[in-house]
Write a protein that binds this ligand. Structure first.
Ligand code: DAT
Ligand code: MG
Length: 140
């Protein structure tokens, strides 16, 4: 078996638009397990660390401002191959091309902002998941 954990964030756009329940519903409907769940206001230091791979890119400043613009929901989700599985539930980064049926395809749209607002984050590899879970939930 290949039971994994992944970090899921319902981003501030998703919280503000009332998408928390819908995102959690899809995670539970898929059969994944919630290991940790918290509403929180992320500070810029945490977000800079979270998005360290994007340091220096033109969208990183707007990205950190967006991600700290309001409360978000942070969760650790567990299941068989959940890292890839949640990325599949989330859909493509760009809300315009994300497939219908995915969280981003169904719930996100392009607002023409400097940063893409796309409702959810999911870790992109088991290595990223371990790093991100340690960052957001150091007690786990
Ligand atoms: P993902 O969240 O699908 O893993 P990513 O890690 O490449 O995508 O980027 C992190 C977030 O930054 C992404 O969810 C939305 C935003 N973003 C990515 N590329 C962007 C771009 N070219 N312009 C504006 N925002 C972007
Ligand atoms: Mg990413």
């Amino acid at each position: 078996s290949d039971v994994q954990r992944t970090l899921v964030l319902v981003k501030p756009d998703g919280v503000a638009r009332g998408n928390v329940g819908e995102v959690l519903r899809r995670i539970e409907a898929k059969g994944y397990t919630l290991v940790a769940l918290e509403l929180r206001q992320a500070d810029e230091a945490l977000l800079a660390e979270h998005y360290a791979e994007h340091a220096g890119k033109p969208f990183v400043r707007p990205l950190i401002e967006f991600m700290s613009s309001g409360p978000l929901v942070a969760a650790v989700v567990e299941g068989q191959r959940v890292v890839e599985g949640f990325r599949s539930l989330a859909g493509a980064t760009d809300p315009t091309t994300a497939a219908p049926g995915t969280i981003r395809g169904d719930l996100a749209r392009d607002w023409g902002a400097q940063v893409i607002e796309n409702v959810v984050h999911g870790s992109d590899s088991p290595q990223s998941a371990a790093r991100e879970i340690a960052l957001w939930f150091p007690a786990l």
